[in-house]
Design a binder for this molecule. Structure first.
Ligand code: PLP
Length: 284
């Protein structure tokens, strides 16, 4: 695989970053994941806008222009002959030359790393036919979940708990209501209305969420942006999640309780179709 580090395309075994990089020592960095279908980037613009917001919230310099990011993404897709998969982008605060809590002096160059992950048949994931099963777990993350940082230890722990219980993911709960999945936004469907938590610092502002809610509104589907409990989700007609890599993924069970019929429901199925169709059309 060819990867990208600070302007260079290199074989992955020759790409290196300093052990003093603040991404490594402090989890001081942000990232984005963009899906690729048929060699084209999905929702690239939205991910770039969010990257710049994350950098800004952390007072980190943006090392590249929009055109540079796009050129590098396309450069990697081409060099790796990527048809279906992901491009991962990470920007960390760079290497101050030593370990210190204070941010490095102005002029320290952020470290930019990008790589591809091939996922043949990404859009035809068979899991979308059967749906995911999830558990609930307490949300123990920090309170700025709107910033897409590389500080992912708690979501990893939650994912491992889900795996240990033989299911696909965990929905995190705070103050009695669902925040989001380990790496996705959470939804239920009740009486035809799509319900998902409103945007705040408590959740990541999903790029797929924004697109799906727009498509839902365009299709005259009712959308309610409000919090919901696990009990309400268990009593819902349907449930699903969204993320750049899973698109729209139905959820058919929460904490052992079947949602609705326990099968993939029509709303999740339709939204997945619309999302894939529309974002393929708009892919660049
Ligand atoms: N919520 C969390 C915690 C995430 O990590 C992610 C993405 O990976 C999402 C939501 C979904 O965001 P997006 O649709 O932009 O991928």
């Amino acid at each position: 695989r060819t990867v990208y580090v600070n302007g260079d395309y290199l074989p992955e075994d020759q790409a290196t970053v300093s052990i003093f990089d603040r991404g490594f020592l402090m989890a001081d960095g942000v990232y984005e994941v963009v899906s690729v279908l048929d060699g084209k980037l999905l929702d690239f613009e939205g991910h770039l806008v969010r990257l710049k917001r994350s950098l800004n919230e952390l007072a980190m310099d943006n090392p590249l222009s929009d055109d540079d990011y796009l050129a590098a993404f396309r450069g990697l897709v081409e060099r790796n002959a990527l048809a279906d998969g992901l491009v991962y982008l990470q920007v960390t605060r760079g290497n101050p030359g030593d370990r210190d809590f204070a941010y490095p002096a102005a002029g320290t160059r952020p470290t930019v790393v990008m790589f591809t992950q091939a996922k043949p048949g990404l859009a035809d994931n068979p899991a979308a036919q059967t749906g995911w099963r999830v558990i609930s777990i307490e949300d123990q993350r920090w309170s700025r979940r709107d910033i897409k940082t590389v500080q992912l230890l708690y979501p990893s722990m939650a994912k491992m708990e889900a795996k240990a219980q033989g299911v696909d993911d965990a929905w995190m709960v705070e103050d009695g209501v669902v925040t989001e999945g380990t790496s996705n936004n959470a939804y239920i469907v009740r009486n035809g209305a799509i319900v998902t938590r409103a945007l705040s610092n408590d959740i990541l502002h999903g790029i797929t969420r924004a697109a799906v809610l727009r498509f839902a509104a365009e299709a005259q589907m009712q959308v309610e942006e409000r919090s919901f409990t696990i009990a309400e989700a268990q009593a819902a007609d349907e449930a699903f999640i969204t993320s750049a890599s899973a698109f729209v993924m139905p959820v058919v069970e929460i904490d052992g309780a079947a949602i609705g019929t326990g099968q993939v429901g029509p709303v999740a199925r339709r939204l997945r179709e619309i999302y894939l169709e529309e974002s393929r059309k708009a892919a660049i």
